[in-house]
Structures are given as structure tokens and as C-alpha cells.
Design a protein around this ligand. Structure first.
Ligand code: ADP
Ligand code: MG
Length: 455
């Protein structure tokens, strides 16, 4: 655990190997007292080492420990082995272990496999997930009745598990007697393997069947991982059929649709076709922002609008990462007891928002960023609206699309509500003129350009 903390810190703060060997590797946990963490430095002890390690690494350590374990220490003290021996003699203490925060599994109430944290109420609906959300809600309201199985698929961190758990919570609330079983496909696989290991011991097999075939709702998360494992797939097939025949609801999630799962048995493909497929796509900017705002509200945190935008603009394909970025800022802010500024956000989120990965600059992206900068919608940008609060952003978008991409004037015009190429040229020229003459416009356009292409 301690090694993991050091490893994580090393990656996160880009500590070089040599620095790691000199300063971090020699660190050893000693004790905790009044929310103070004592660490022994076993490296070369001279007039500077302890002071240096303290100055350079205690803050990163506090943040890393908070991130990985959820425990926030007021203070981290780096002491020498001698100091430690002294304290030990005085107090007769042994070395300590840093505990992990209890995982979801451990926090679950009783024997429910549903985590009350993920509900429909805190699931933000956007264009990318509306269908899946509707399908999930329908299943939650009428389990086993209409859509069976429900098959939810989409990339990592886009809300599949959240939706499954929301179904579970909804049903538990409506009807506490419903027997719901949620398993990851890993848990399922492990149980099948355990079963085989006991060599088809009749009672073990019976126990397995009792567990899986007496439920009202079975949810198997990330089914892609059991595909290709013969015996597990076989067992799941029988479980599936038994439940389905009894009209019990089955919910499955995967990273891809059945037709793209090459090693999926054809028998499954036809079974899954009987039900409903729902995909979750990538969230657009508004949805990312809405989700971020929701999480900020849940965590009771204060974060400047500009920093929210910075996160929502830059982390685009994974909600889990948006949350990770937020958690990192929250940990930093609570430990340092300061508000997050843009400088801090940029520094702390380097790993989430890698400056090396540039996104492709397209007219769509430009129009999205410009609209967002002026707080208007993409639809307004493309509309016939002639008010100056829309005309000017539209012209700036024309200028930027024309100068930053290779797209034809026609293509740009199409995206901007079907305007013809002379309109685009006119708008672009107008902004170009202004940039020559007016410093404010120049700065404005520079700022927007940076938002489009931060490199
Ligand atoms: P997946 O199972 O698809 O990998 P998760 O369901 O675990 O993704 O979602 C990752 C994180 O993002 C979770 O903390 C979840 O609450 C959050 N999340 C994803 N989509 C939404 C949404 N639409 N509204 C609120 N939170 C969301
Ligand atoms: Mg998941």
C-alpha cells in the first residue's frame, strides 16, 4: 500500500528515477498521532536531507494519500530513524499501516449488491445517454415485462454501471422484497471457477444455482470479460435461459454491441436480440458541464465557473475522469485550505488534461468553442438571428474556421445554417480587419484560439 502511494506520487509528480531513489524510496511509515502522520527518512542523513524531503514532498504526499485512501492528514512530519527510536522508546509503538477507505462492497447495506449512491435522480440526461436512461427507467418500472434482457453498451466511464445501479435502487425502493443480484462479470467468473475447482461438487453446484436462479433481477456488468471463457459462458447461458423462461429481468452491460463481440457465442446473439439494446455515446459539452455541476453540488464544493469550463472543455470522453479531476482539486483545496485558481487547476490536472494530445481542429469544434465562449448555443450560431450578440460570434467563427482549418467555405457555410460562401468570406474579412485595427478584438480572438488549440 505504501509502495503504491509512492509509485503513484512518482508518476503524478513526474519524479525522476534518481530523485525517487534518493528521497522517496527511503521513506517508511512510522506512526499517526492526532491526525499527524510521521514518516521516517532512512536515507543519507545530513544537514539538508530531512528539511529538503519535508519541503519538497510533504504536500505531494498529503495529496496523494488523500486521493488514494481518502484520509486527510493535517500534517506530515519527516523524521530520522533516531527520532523514531526515541519516540518508540518513550511510547512503545509499533509501525502502522495506512488503511484503505472501505470499498463500495463493504459499505453496502446488509447483503444488497446495490450501491445507494447511483440513482436516476443523480444521473444527468443528455443527448448521448437519453435512450439508455429511458430504457433503464422502463426496466426499473416494469422488471421482466417488456425489455428483457436490457443490454447497455458504451465506452468506459460513460455511465453504464451507474444506470444499472440506478435500476437496482429504483426497484429496491419500489418493492423492497424484490431479490436483486448485481455482479461484475469477474465475480461471476470467479464463482464458476470456484465451482469447477470443487469438481462439480453437487452441493456447491446447488448453492451456485440457488444463488443465481432464484433472483428476480440479475445484472451482469461488463460482460465482455466472460466472453471467450468457455465454462463461464456456458454457465451464464444456462442461468440466462432459466431466468428468462421465468420472466425474470436480466440486465447486461458491455463495452460493445453483441454483433461486435467476435467470440460471443451465436446463441447469445439471438438471445440478446430478443431484448433491447441501448448504447451510451460520448457526452457533448453541455452534458459534461451539467454532470460536473451535479458532482460539485453533491460534494458541496466551490469552484469557479472558468475552472468548471476548463475541465468540461478538456476532458471529453470519460465521465470518470471528469470526476477524478474534480476530486483531485477538492483534495488539494481541503488540504491546503485555499480556493482553487486557474493556475492551480492547470498544474494539478496536467495528467488528466495532457497538453501533448492535441484534438483535431474541425469547424464543428471551433463553432462549439466560440458559442461556449460567448455563452450562446450552437443552434443560435447557425440561426438567422441578426442581433449583434450573435452576429459577432458567428463572424468570429467564420474567421477562425477559415484560418484554422482547411475546410471549404461551403462546408463552413453549411455548418453555420446554410450560409453561402460569400457570406462566410465577408464575415471572415470583417474580423480580419478588426484584428488589424483593434487590440481588443486581437486579444479576444487570441483567447478563443487558445481555447480551441491550447498548444
Ligand atoms: P461505466 O460503467 O460506463 O464505465 P460508470 O457508470 O462507472 O461508467 O460511470 C463513471 C462515473 O461517472 C460514475 O461516478 C458515474 O456516477 C459518473 N457518471 C457517468 N455518467 C453520468 C451521468 N449521466 N450523470 C451523472 N454521473 C454520471
Ligand atoms: Mg462500469
Amino acid at each position: 500500500k505504501w509502495d503504491e502511494i509512492l509509485d503513484y506520487l512518482k508518476n503524478e509528480y513526474k519524479v525522476t528515477d534518481v530523485s525517487y531513489d534518493s528521497w522517496l524510496k527511503p521513506l517508511e511509515l512510522f506512526q499517526i498521532e492526532d491526525n499527524k502522520l510521521y514518516i521516517i527518512y532512512n536515507g543519507d542523513q545530513n544537514s539538508m536531507t530531512l528539511g529538503y524531503v519535508t519541503r519538497k514532498f510533504t504536500t505531494p504526499l498529503r495529496i496523494t494519500i488523500a486521493e488514494l485512501t481518502g484520509i486527510q492528514y493535517d500534517d506530515i512530519l519527516v523524521i530520522s530513524q533516531d527520532n523514531a527510536n526515541q519516540i518508540k522508546k518513550e511510547k512503545n509503538i509499533e509501525h502502522i499501516k495506512i488503511e484503505e477507505t472501505p470499498s463500495f462492497e463493504e459499505k453496502r447495506m446488509g447483503n444488497s449488491t446495490i450501491n445507494p449512491k447511483f440513482t436516476f435522480d443523480n444521473f444527468v440526461v443528455g443527448r448521448n445517454n437519453r435512450f439508455a436512461q429511458t430504457a433503464a427507467l422502463a426496466v426499473a418500472e416494469s422488471p421482466g415485462e417488456f425489455y428483457n434482457p436490457l443490454y447497455i453498451y458504451g465506452g468506459p466511464g460513460l455511465g453504464k454501471t451507474h444506470l444499472m445501479q440506478a435500476i437496482g435502487n429504483y426497484i429496491e425502493n419500489q418493492n423492497p422484497n424484490t431479490h436483486i443480484l448485481y455482479v461484475t462479470s469477474e465475480e461471476f467468473t470467479n464463482e464458476v471457477i470456484e465451482n469447477l475447482r470443487t469438481n462439480n461438487n453437487a452441493t456447491a453446484m446447488q448453492r451456485f444455482r440457488d444463488k443465481y436462479r432464484t433472483v428476480d433481477v440479475l445484472m451482469v456488468d461488463d460482460i465482455q470479460f466472460i466472453i471467450g471463457k468457455e465454462s463461464t459462458q456456458e454457465e451464464f447461458f444456462h442461468t440466462f435461459n432459466a431466468l428468462h423462461a421465468m420472466g425474470k429481468q436480466i440486465v447486461i452491460s458491455s463495452d460493445k454491441p453483441p454483433k461486435d463481440m467476435e467470440t460471443l457465442d451465436d446463441r447469445f446473439k439471438s438471445r440478446f436480440d430478443m431484448g433491447l439494446m441501448a448504447d451510451i455515446g460520448y457526452p457533448d459539452y453541455e452534458t459534461r458541464m451539467a454532470i460536473l455541476n451535479k458532482k460539485i453540488e453533491e460534494k458541496n464544493f466551490n469552484l469557479d465557473e472558468s475552472i468548471r469550463k476548463y475541465i468540461a472543455e478538456n476532458i471529453q470522453s470519460n465521465i470518470r475522469e471528469i470526476e477524478g479531476a474534480l476530486n483531485k482539486l477538492i483534495a488539494f483545496s481541503r488540504l491546503e485550505k485555499i480556493d482553487i485558481t486557474m493556475d492551480i487547476a492547470e498544474r494539478e490536472l496536467q495528467n488528466f488534461i495532457s497538453p501533448n494530445v492535441s484534438r483535431e481542429i474541425t469547424p464543428q469544434l471551433i463553432i462549439e468553442v466560440v458559442a461556449e465562449h460567448f455563452n450562446i448555443t450552437v443552434d443560435q450560431m447557425a440561426s438567422k438571428n441578426r442581433s449583434s450578440s450573435v452576429v459577432r460570434p458567428r463572424q468570429i467563427a467564420m474567421y477562425l474556421c477559415n484560418t484554422m482549418t482547411d475546410s471549404s467555405l461551403q462546408a463552413i457555410g453549411l455548418l453555420l445554417g446554410g450560409r453561402d460562401h460569400s457570406t462566410i468570406i465577408h464575415g471572415a474579412n470583417k474580423i480580419e480587419d478588426e484584428i488589424d485595427k483593434d487590440e481588443n478584438t486581437r486579444n479576444l480572438v487570441e483567447t478563443i484560439k487558445k481555447k480551441i488549440n491550447p498548444n
